[in-house]
Design a protein around this ligand. Sequence first.
Ligand code: HGY
Ligand code: MN
Ligand code: MN
Length: 410
Amino acid sequence: MSKVTLDERRFRERFEEFNEIGATAAGGVDRPALSDENRAARDLLVEWFRDAGLEVRIDEMGNIFGRREGREPDADPVLFGSHVDSQYNGGRFDGVVGVLGALEVVQALDDAGVVTDRPLEVVSWSNEEGVRFQPDMLGSGVYAGQFDLEYALGVEDDDGRTFGDELERIGYDGDAPCEADGVHCYFELHVEQGPYLEDAGLSVGVVEGVFGFSWMNVAFEGQANHAGPTPMDMRQDAFVATADVTKAVRELTATGGEDLVGTVGSVDVWPNAINVIPERVEFTVDVRSYDDDVVDRAVDRVREEVAWAADREGLEFAFEEIMRLDASAFDDDCIETIAAAAADAGYEYERLVSGAGHDASYLNAIAPTGMIFVPSVDGVSHRESEFTEWADVVAGTEVLLRAVREQATV
Ligand code: HGY
Ligand code: MN
Ligand code: MN
């Protein structure tokens, strides 16, 4: 194959400019899905897609596609990208590396005058993070037929604003149907968000699959009362039950399966006053494993622990599983394409499984899919100090370039 060279300076300057949008004082970004900051990021991305000569289309879920024609316009495209929405006060690399890396790949091909057989489509998926609108990976989930459009557009944030209204407000309620219509394969470059590649001293990871996971919403309803005169045996304290379940989730991960992880990440206490016994607590539980049976058993156990805790404290409770994603093993051909691309680019690599969810999980249900990881310094992510050495970002993008070219050759 003819030589194609990434323009590292252009790529780095773009990455820095892009992450000025929603930049936080602590060096992270705050660009939650469909926020004004997310709109500004989308606008800049569309401008760059168009400057790169890509034909831009926005679909009904606000997913942004940039298409580059190949010699065979009717051939199914190679699709590659990630997401640009962020956590609240999240990191600058999560998702962005995969979208801007994909853009750099198509521009480097242009610079080299290389036309692929298959069309190429770069994509930025809506609402991958799922922090403002649950569940996560909503844009890719509708595209892959895992959620229907009406359900997704009706999902509400904590302030009761629907996904559809917010998409319209920021001007990204696109006309293109949000449905897959022939994808040759999908690649996603992403930061590992864990410690393994850094510990192994490697720049590239070949991802073999993604954990399955469940997201649960729990509510305990007790009685507010005065923190002073109320005798301990007269209390119905919603937070004590919450603490019991939190402890049980931690203990469950020690026995429920060797790769099982569990997190109580979001907790709302009412009335949340220093001298009032908590009347109501709403919280979330996130459990994950590469073994679906382990996740199933963990969900059942959490449900039991909630009921037991409510009974002990004399509370009402509500338990709802709001998202369940089975573990996904990626396509062997895509995995080997990435491994060969890493070797061709001169990078040692390690095969690993992702504990983080990705849009690739849903794409894997409709097209051969593979992922490339680059290391996260100290294994940190979903935190403003998230960092990946630029040389590693470039390494991952070199691998993406080769993998895309290989699969785009008929
Ligand atoms: O939850 C996840 O793993 C992803 O960041 N949405
Ligand atoms: Mn991500
Ligand atoms: Mn994330």
